[in-house]
Write a protein that binds this ligand. Structure first.
Ligand SMILES: Nc1ncnc2c1ncn2[C@@H]1O[C@H](COP(=O)(O)OP(=O)(O)OP(=O)(O)O)[C@@H](O)[C@H]1O
Ligand SMILES: [Mg+2]
Length: 322
């Protein structure tokens, strides 16, 4: 098969998962491989599976072992019809490893490694740009909440105080507005700071966060089995769950939510499900909240699916490498 075809297919991939998915699919379609798997190479050459084979085939059992060997030597490793191909920058450690089960007499195009490198590098860069944009959006959102929430409460308090200069009976009302504004500031800073996470870790912080929801009358069913994780991962996952719950409360008028986080193999899975009004994701433009959830999960090398329909509640599922 030709390199141009491959380059064309990879040019449109937006995430690194998409890069490897598209590459594997094309190789399969062109009859070069029977199937393939892909791993992302992390710190200390730890491998995270990015793309798994769809069928139960002999490759599945042997691919990790082969990928590890290829990561170690930094060169392709061949075993029978299986080929583990590292994708490495010149002189650097591999970014990813592809493990291919080749069709008889086939071999992948010469430029496969170089094209993958180009595509992975490009999505890495655009990922950083997206992250910056997400940060900018987040600031705008905080600005909006300050303006609409705290700002309007304080404006109301100011007006009431003006009236109270002549009618002292209204003082109590002004005091109430200020107290509400203070509560709003507290809520906002609680949402922003995640103080619990620093001290307690994700599992315990989420338990306590859910407790707040229970106090507000929401029925919460939780199954949290979270192993200790690096801090940045914990923050990202907390934010994802937080946004899904906020949406359930804000838009869905849910009575019950189900929250689960659990590890399975080398992945961590998450689920937030509400019994609320639901919506049509095709027709509803996502805002910062939903986009942010996708960004964060993709930033961890994982993927997130949202399923919802009017009248049928909403289900957010995600999986990230451990
Ligand atoms: N659990 C849910 N139930 C019902 N509708 C939802 C749910 N989650 C999201 N939506 C719909 O999808 C839209 C986009 O959600 P998103 O979280 O991106 O934005 P938002 O919550 O409106 O604002 P923000 O950017 O502050 O989060 C919402 O406005 C709402 O219409
Ligand atoms: Mg939202």
């Amino acid at each position: 098969m030709g390199c141009a075809e491959l380059a064309w297919a990879l040019a449109e991939a937006r995430t690194r998962e998409e890069v490897v998915r598209k590459a594997l699919r094309l190789l399969e379609e062109k009859g070069v491989i029977r199937c393939g798997e892909a791993y992302w190479v992390g710190e200390d050459l730890r491998l995270f599976q990015m793309q798994a084979c769809r069928a139960a085939c002999p490759l599945v059992e042997r691919s990790r072992h082969l990928a590890e060997a290829a990561a170690r030597v930094g060169n392709p490793v061949v075993e029978d019809t299986l080929l583990a191909l590292p994708v490495s920058p010149p002189g650097g450690k591999p970014l990813a490893i592809l493990v291919l089960s080749l069709e008889a007499g086939q071999k992948p195009p010469e430029a496969l490694g170089a094209l993958l490198l180009l595509a992975l590098k490009r999505t890495g860069l655009s990922q950083a740009a997206r992250l910056l944009r997400a940060q900018e959006e987040e600031r705008r959102r905080v600005g909006r909440e300050l303006h609409d929430g705290v700002g309007s409460l304080l404006t109301a308090a100011l007006l009431t105080l003006k009236v109270a200069e002549r009618h002292p009976a209204r003082l109590a009302e002004a005091r109430e507005r200020v107290a509400e504004a203070l509560e709003e500031v507290r809520r906002l800073s609680r949402e922003l700071r995640l103080p619990l996470l620093d001290d307690l870790g994700l599992q315990e912080a989420l338990q306590r966060y859910l407790e707040e929801y229970r106090k507000n009358g929401l029925e919460v069913e939780a199954r949290l089995e979270v192993p200790p994780l690096p801090k940045d991962k914990e923050v990202a996952l907390f934010r994802v769950v937080q946004e899904a719950l906020t949406n359930a409360l804000r838009h869905a008028r849910a009575r019950k939510v189900r929250v689960a986080l659990w590890a399975e193999g080398d992945r961590l899975f998450g689920l937030v499900e509400d019994d609320g009004e639901g919506f049509d994701p095709e027709k509803t433009p996502p805002s910062v909240g939903l986009l942010g959830m996708h960004e964060r999960v993709q930033g961890l090398g994982g993927s997130l699916h949202l399923r919802s329909a009017p009248g049928e509640g909403t289900r957010v599922e995600f999986g990230v490498p451990l």
